[in-house]
Design a protein around this ligand. Structure first.
Ligand code: NAD
Length: 420
């Protein structure tokens, strides 16, 4: 399988070729401003001490402080974090929020850690990366395996070390300590807004059949909001269980169950008529109108892209499609709305949260969602203006988003100049 950093680099070079980017700018934009690795000890409940490895990577800061999630997962690697940091640079530029790109992660399986082990790991990792993060420098957020509680511990640790409360150090915090209304749902909601805009001329989202891979913050929320908007969510899945119902699954009920600590397996056990279990691959090759890969990267590859039957793919996860799969899907006429646009709702509301934190203001959920819709709609039309829907395969939405992202970063670099 194509390594994820290779996917990110290939996407960049394809865009760079089309906009005839000069070599020194390519070199700058394929390098990383800061690569930070730390091995650190955590006291475990059984009295032992275990060493964990973590990373924080800054890709580019030309457009502003750097922004990116923290991932807790057993498959975290430095190359993966680099790819994700680079995608954050383009994503922030595509939705035009004044941030650069960063990403971080710790190699661990959060599901096997107790709450106190998780808290100690989070606090020690925060302390280790404290020299390179900051509300004006690099602002972490939740990603796979992390959540609002972990952001609260990060904010508290950083604040305690500085001696006063600094709510702008992370986003995705609980609302009670300066988090934004609407942040929890922002990525899934942003995806819905983009999809609604894309389908506006063809009758909208109502009655569309949908398949969603991943049932966490992005996939679970997206499935729930799509259900509420009248779509028929026929397939959902988490890491262990894939479900199907031809009439549509009650994703609201399933998500409430998962939010309360359950899994799709325990939900199915409690509601055996709600869906039937299917193979994981069926979720990706389902005969539906819209496929939403919202779990992990590199799930659509050269091996299964030819079997995809959805007419439209909208990427909830970062990097779910390899470059080879991209080429196959494009060749087959499958429309794809790329991650740097489709899942940018999370970083957009993170930006709103950071603005509120710095001004000690609190926006209503209506205000957050209205602003989110405006930003996502503008970004969608910007991308479409660069690669019209009737372009006949001459360009893809991914290329158009990448051109916009790279051009905006290049403009910032050129305006600022190279120090000294
Ligand atoms: P999460 O940890 O909340 O949820 C991940 C979900 O995917 C879980 O349901 C998990 O069981 C499932 N999963 C994991 N591996 C799977 C597999 N192989 N097959 C099927 N399901 C699998 O994570 P999340 O925050 O929803 O992030 C998902 C993706 O979206 C990641 O690529 C992340 O980088 C990206 N993303 C997240 C945000 C955000 O705001 N959380 C924003 C933008 C992009």
């Amino acid at each position: 399988m194509e390594p994820v950093l290779e996917t990110a680099m290939r996407q960049f070079h394809q865009a760079a070729d089309r906009i005839e980017l000069r070599d020194e700018m390519r070199e700058l934009l394929t390098s990383f401003k800061t690569v930070y690795q730390t091995d650190f000890p955590v006291n475990m409940d059984n009295g032992s001490t275990k060493v964990f490895s973590g990373y924080r990577v800054h890709h580019n800061s030309a457009r502003g402080p750097m922004k990116g999630g923290i991932r807790f997962s057993s498959i975290v690697s430095l190359d993966e974090i680099k790819a994700l940091a680079m995608w954050m640079t383009w994503k922030c530029a595509v939705v035009n929020v004044p941030f650069g790109g960063a990403k971080g992660g710790v190699i661990c399986d959060p599901g096997t850690l107790s709450s106190s082990e998780l808290q100690d790991l989070t606090r020690r990792f925060t302390s280790e990366i404290a020299p390179i993060i900051g509300p004006d420098r690099d602002i972490p957020a939740p990603d796979m395996g992390t959540n609002a509680q972990i952001m609260a511990w990060m904010m508290d640790t950083y604040s305690m070390e500085q001696g006063y409360t600094i709510p702008g150090i992370v986003t995705g915090k609980p609302v009670a300590i300066g988090g934004s209304e609407g942040r929890f749902e922002a990525t899934g909601r942003g995806l819905l807004y983009v999809l609604q805009e894309h389908l506006a001329a063809e009758g909208g989202v109502r009655d569309r059949t949908v398949s969603v891979q991943g049932f966490g913050n992005v996939g679970g929320v997206a499935a729930k909001l799509l259900c509420e908007a009248g779509a028929r969510v026929q397939y959902i899945s988490d890491v262990a269980t894939a479900l199907h119902h031809p009439e549509g699954i009650d994703a609201l009920a399933a998500f409430a169950h998962v939010q309360a600590g359950g899994t799709l397996r325990t939900w199915l056990d409690e509601h055996p008529n709600a869906a039937e279990e299917v193979a994981h691959e069926d979720v990706l090759t389902a005969d539906v109108d819209v496929l939403v890969p919202a779990a992990v990267e590199s799930v659509l590859t050269e091996h299964n892209a030819g079997d995809v039957r959805a007419k439209l793919i909208i990427e909830g996860a970062n990097g779910p499609t390899t470059s080879d799969a991209d080429a196959i899907l494009n060749e087959r006429g499958v429309m794809l709305i790329p991650d740097t646009l489709a899942n940018a709702g999370g970083v957009t509301v993170s930006y709103f949260e950071w603005v509120q934190a710095r001004q000690y203001l609190h926006w209503s959920e209506e205000q957050v969602n209205a602003e989110l819709r405006r930003v996502m709609t503008d970004a969608y039309h910007n991308v479409i203006s660069r690669c019209p829907l009737n372009s006949g395969g001459m360009c893809t939405q991914r290329e158009a988003a990448q051109w916009i992202g790279v051009e905006r970063v290049v403009e910032a670099i050129e305006l600022r100049g190279i120090f000294p």
